[in-house]
Design a protein around this ligand. Sequence first.
Ligand code: PGA
Length: 248
Amino acid sequence: MSHKIVAANWKMNGSLDLVKELTGEIKAQLAKLDNGVKVVIIPPALYLRDVHREIGSGFELGVQNVSQWEDGAVTGELSAAMAADVGASYVLIGHSERRQLFGETDEVVSEKVAKALAHGLSPLVCVGETLDERDAGHAVDVVCGQVEKALAGIGPDDWKNIVVAYEPVWAIGTGKTATAEDAQRMHREIRDLLARLGAPADTVPLLYGGSVKPDNAAELFAQPDIDGGLIGGASLKADDFVRICQSA
Ligand code: PGA
C-alpha cells in the first residue's frame, strides 16, 4: 500500500468549463485506483468550491497561497481561516513563483506557515535552489536554509501537519527534471535536517516537484526519501495526472 501524496498545482490556469472537465475525468479514472495514494487537488481558490462539489469524497483539497494576516483590511488577500472554511486542508506556502514574482521572503513564508497551522491547514512548504545557486555548489545550503527558516516557529505538535516540497527552480515548468539520484540526495539532506530540528523526520512527507511527468514519476517515486510529487503542468492533463498517481 502506498503512503504517497500526489498534489496537483493548477497554478493560475483553468475556467469553470475546464474545472468541470478535468475534475470529472480525474474522479472517474482515479475512483478505480486502490494503491492508497493521497491525491490533493490545488485549483485556483476561486474554483475550490466547484472542484469540491464535482469531485466528492476521496480527495483532499488545497489552496495555492494564504495571507500572513488574520483578517480585515487586506484587500485582495484570502485568509487561512477562509481556506479552511471552504474545504481546503492543504496550502502551498513559499512556492518559487510566489518568492520570485511577489517577493515572498523566508520571514513571510514562516508567518504564513504559522497562520496555516493555527487554522488547521497543512502547510505544503516549497523550497528549491536556482540554477546559479546549484552551479555555485550552494544548493544544499540554500534549500536547508529555506526549510529551517520556514519551520523555525513551529511547535512539537505541528510536525504531523507539515509537508515539504523540494522543487528546484530550474526544473519548474522547464521540462528539465532533477535526476532521481539528485532529487533523492536533496531529500535525504532535508530529512537529516528535520531530524536535527527535532522532527519525527521519517514521518514528514517530502514531495518532489519540477517537471514530473508520467514517464519519470515512477523512478522518482521509487527513491527512499521521495514521498510523492507536486505536479504543475502535467496536472492539467487528466490522463497524465492519473498516470502519475498510478505510479505512486
Ligand atoms: P511543473 O510545476 O510540474 O509544471 O514543473 C511544478 C510546480 O511548480 O509546482
